[in-house]
Design a protein around this ligand. Structure first.
Ligand code: BES
Ligand code: MN
Ligand code: ZN
Length: 502
């Protein structure tokens, strides 16, 4: 998608459609809206007067310009009450408007920053979320559909600033929005691929290619490297699969050496059958999404690189399949992690925490000033929070980091919700035979038991665990979250980095 920012008037844009965002009760005799309304002989005023359109949230209308504007159509998009406008409500309105325009066969779009300059959002923020919402909403994954279709794509978006002095801010915002959305879309594509087309090797290759294009450092550890390092938990999960495991390391060196490293760790199970503790057939196809944490980390590193963020960010993605076979690890097996700790595998379906255990132990060599892991870790987190919040847990050192994530989550529309990780929970994962076991106390506090296992492998650095099991996949189309992988975490992590560096 080509995104352009310029100064001028929307009436001068020779595009298929211009989008006018309107709040409830907006005065359309003024500003950009007034100019357009006059050009079309008060057609907008008529719509408003007839009550056909009032600016309510979710409202959309289209008018045809009949040659009175350079643009062919005018799309009106409701924003609701001006005082209730948030980043996410604008992002959603922008997403709805964009898909609506696409359904009207629009290829080139133009819009303003919000006409009625909102009090809550700066011009740069406005541009960011409009671009973000539109690019996220217009995402489609149809690589495996070979039959001819009449699908139509929006290919160009122009943001028009009414004041010349705003162009720079809009440009900066739009650039951030574009990088965030495209990085999330990149992650969504990784997730949406079926597991036969997104093996650990393919995932590593995708990361390597992206790293090359974005000027990131990328290193991929092979099975023999993992053996040398003693990553017994990761190797234990991988032993049931014919696909070789990969441990992907991405590095963005944007800061000074003295700034320290921010670590992102993502679960990269390219397919989770459950292993010997096999899952029921119903819904198992979804488990191609079990590398969503890994995809989010790859996407966030892409964004950090393209935005040239002034930080040192390291991404770690342990990647493997979890399959049953004659070589697969079995319930009751004990494996040793690279930090020497032993884990009893009571249930081979609790594989995410095993591979993350080794990754968190590996992270220690970077002496993280912050470490965030993302994982589709537990069904229990979906039970607890549904699909609206990421489950967040952390150690005491990670409290400030949790605050950062909380704030970034609200801005990104990827909200986190903290669950406790009190010492009492550590009891849940005590094993009779090893240092720790990979299941908790039955169904009690399942999401927390996952984190209680992980904390065993965190070497005293500030650490936060994000359980994205409920948020990494959308079962239905939402304003900017189309069915399928959501890319959750990419915008959250990048927004946190942006705010941290500001
Ligand atoms: N990838 C799953 C988590 C999951 C399960 C996400 C269902 C969405 C829906 C994870 O590897 C897993 O299987 N977790 C088990 C852990 C249990 C065996 C302790 C779970 O949640 O059932
Ligand atoms: Mn599992
Ligand atoms: Zn899993």
């Amino acid at each position: 998608m080509e995104v352009t920012v310029k100064a001028g008037g929307l009436d001068k844009e020779a595009v298929d459609a211009i989008i006018l965002f309107l709040n409830e009760g907006d005065d359309v005799s003024q500003g950009m809206a007034g100019m357009i309304d006059k050009a079309v002989d008060g057609a907008i005023t008529t719509l408003l007067r007839d009550g056909e359109f009032s600016g309510k949230v979710r409202q959309l209308s289209v008018l045809h310009a009949h040659g009175r504007l350079k643009a062919r159509k005018i799309v009106l998009a409701g924003l609701g009450k001006a005082e209730a406008l948030t980043r996410d409500s604008l992002r959603q309105a922008a997403g709805r408007a964009a898909t609506y325009a696409r359904s009207l066969q629009v290829s080139a779009l133009a819009t303003t920053g919000v006409g009625a300059e909102s009090v809550q959002l700066s011009p740069a923020e406005t541009a960011q979320v409009i671009v973000e919402g539109m690019l996220l909403a217009l995402y489609r994954f149809d690589k495996f559909k070979t039959e001819a279709n009449e699908r139509h794509d929006v290919v160009a978006l122009t943001l028009v600033a009414s004041k010349r002095e705003q162009v720079k801010a809009l440009q900066q915002g739009a650039r951030i929005g574009q990088v965030l959305a495209e990085s999330a879309n990149f992650a969504r594509t990784l997730v949406n691929h079926p597991s036969n087309e997104m093996t650990p090797s393919i995932l590593a290759e995708q990361a390597r290619q992206m790293a090359k294009e974005c000027d990131l450092k990328c290193e991929v550890l092979e099975r023999k490297d993992m053996e040398k390092l003693g990553m017994g938990l990761l190797l234990g999960v991988a032993q049931g699969s014919d696909q070789p495991p990969k441990f992907i390391v991405l590095e963005h060196r944007g800061g000074k050496r003295t700034q320290g490293n921010i670590l992102f760790v993502g679960k990269g199970i390219t397919f989770d059958s459950g292993g010997i503790s096999i899952k029921p057939a119903e819904g198992m196809e979804r488990m191609k999404y079990d590398m969503s944490g890994g995809a989010a980390v790859i996407g966030a590193l892409r964004a950090a690189a393209l935005l040239k963020l002034p930080q040192n960010v390291v991404g770690l993605i342990p990647a493997t399949e979890n399959l049953p076979s004659g070589k697969a690890t079995k319930p009751g097996d004990v494996h040793r992690a690279m930090n020497g700790k032993t884990a009893e595998v009571v249930n081979t379906d609790a594989e995410g925490r095993l591979i993350l255990g080794d990754a968190l132990a590996y992270a220690a060599r970077y002496k993280p000033i912050a470490c965030v892991d993302l994982a589709t870790l537990t069904g229990a987190c979906v039970v607890a929070l549904g699909h609206e919040a990421i489950g967040m847990m952390g150690n005491t050192q990670g409290e400030a980091l949790m605050d950062r994530l909380q704030r970034a989550g609200v801005l990104a529309g990827e909200r986190v919700w903290q669950l406790p990780l009190w010492d009492e929970y550590l009891e849940y994962v005590k094993s009779d035979v090893a240092d720790v076991k990979n299941v908790g106390m039955g169904r009690a506090g399942g999401a927390i038991a996952g984190a209680a296992f992980l904390v065993k492998f965190v070497d005293g650095y500030p650490w936060v665990h994000l359980d994205i099991a409920g948020t990494a996949w959308a079962d239905r189309d939402q304003p900017y979250k189309t069915k399928g992988g959501t890319g959750v975490g990419v915008r959250l992590l990048t927004q946190m980095l942006l705010d941290w560096s500001a």
